[in-house]
Design a protein around this ligand. Structure first.
Ligand SMILES: *Cc1c(COP(=O)(O)O)cnc(C)c1O
Length: 388
């Protein structure tokens, strides 16, 4: 039969009337730029993320960019972040003229390993960008502790993690800034690009609003250089219609993760990270204590991942590698002076990780089909190679 990695049409079918009415309302109003829905969405996302303020922006990438701009981070500055993320996380640092400084990940969570941060701090360090990868929060307490001690700004890259929690606190509410993306494949996805920055700081919120409109305040008077980082009213209207369903969709993703755990467990192919080599089993995503994992992605690890990919392609089982090349090994970052072996946990994750379909509309039968395809491969591999 085949199972897609993501099926946005299945979700749209359940909310079509609401979404179309929301779009139509904006079109009829002709208030395409900063119409009332933008403010409504900002208030709703601020509340959802337990933050005082939320500022709608043009994308998750621009959310990161505008946060760095608001802190006046630029040439000569360094920003510590994870080498195992979507490119935007580090790309924004470079775009403001600063230098990304990478710290390796904790292999259990794929997120920044806080114990490595201290050694990477220099007098030029201005900020830390922890990423809540796949929908699970980074270990924020020690990160905030280092930031406080060294007077650094923390910008949470929560693009994959709206509604994720760490010790009861929501993603976006723990650092000085929280950055969200409404790219269609995120848990709350728009009808195009969109993003949001959350903050608990009144002054920072004001600065973000000014920067979003070319730094103008009042109109046509530019105290600072900003950009056009506005969120379209149509996007805000669509997102407002979808936000009502976010918790139910997240519950669907969590339930699917449980089904995967049960079925892979029954198939007897699950191994722990430490016993993976040579066993040819499957390492399942780990939920760390005191987290609410929202499963933007369900990422397994396995030795021989690329061979499995070929098989899944044949069986039309959707899958993806997030991400095949760690950021320190990207061609455009050759000049940073990093190389293979610098961040072994990230490099290993890039070789072993594989995202399987987790979207809320999956049926149990579809999940079983994915599990069958993967376990068939894992078993075959184990018999073929035997224990080493
Ligand atoms: C999606 C994503 C971004 C960028 O968001 P866009 O809305 O696509 O610009 C940034 N960081 C991470 C971790 C992401 O997953």
């Amino acid at each position: 039969m085949g199972v897609p990695l993501l099926d946005l049409k299945a979700q749209h079918a359940t909310i079509r009337a609401d979404v179309m009415a929301a779009i139509s309302e904006v079109v009829e109003s002709q208030q395409f730029i900063l119409g009332p829905q933008v403010n409504q969405l900002e208030e709703a996302v601020a509340a959802y993320s337990n933050s005082r303020h939320a500022v709608g922006v043009s994308s998750g990438t621009d959310a990161l960019l505008i946060s760095l701009m608001a802190e006046e981070i630029g040439r000569g500055d360094e920003v510590i972040t994870s080498p195992y993320s979507f490119f935007a996380t580090a790309g924004c640092v470079s775009r403001v003229g600063a230098r990304p400084v990478f710290v390796d990940i904790d292999p259990a969570s794929f997120n920044l390993e806080p114990s490595g941060i201290e050694a990477a701090v220099t007098p030029r360090t201005k900020a830390i960008i922890p990423v809540h990868l796949y929908g699970q929060s980074a270990d924020m307490d020690p990160i905030m502790e280092i930031a406080e001690k060294r007077n650094l700004v923390v910008i949470e890259d929560g693009a994959q993690a709206i509604g994720a929690e760490y010790k009861g606190r929501r993603a976006g509410s723990m650092g000085h800034y929280g950055c969200f993306s409404f790219f269609p494949s995120k848990n709350l996805g728009g009808a195009g690009d969109g993003g949001m920055v959350t903050t608990n700081d009144d002054e920072r919120a004001e600065k973000l609003r000014v920067l979003r409109g070319h730094g103008a305040q009042p109109k046509y008077y530019h105290g600072v250089v900003g950009g056009n980082f506005r969120l379209d009213t149509i996007q805000a209207a669509v997102l407002l219609a979808k936000l009502k369903h976010l918790d139910e969709w997240t519950a669907g993703r969590q339930n699917n993760a449980d089904i995967y755990r049960r079925l892979f467990g029954e198939a007897g192919v699950v191994v722990e990270l430490g016993e993976m080599k040579g066993r040819r089993g499957l390492v399942l995503p780990r939920e760390l204590p005191a987290r609410r994992h929202i499963y933007n992605q369900f990422v397994v690890r396995l030795d021989g991942r690329d061979d499995l990919r070929a098989e899944l392609r044949e069986k039309k089982i959707g899958h993806e590698v997030y991400y095949p090349v760690p950021l320190h090994m990207q061609e455009c970052y050759a000049g940073l002076g990093y190389g293979e072996g610098h961040f072994p946990a990230s490099e290993r994750a890039a070789r072993e990780s594989l995202a399987l379909p987790i979207y809320p509309e999956l049926t149990v039968e579809m999940i079983a089909e994915v599990v069958d395809a993967v376990t068939g491969f894992a078993r075959e591999k184990r018999q073929g190679r035997g224990p080493r």
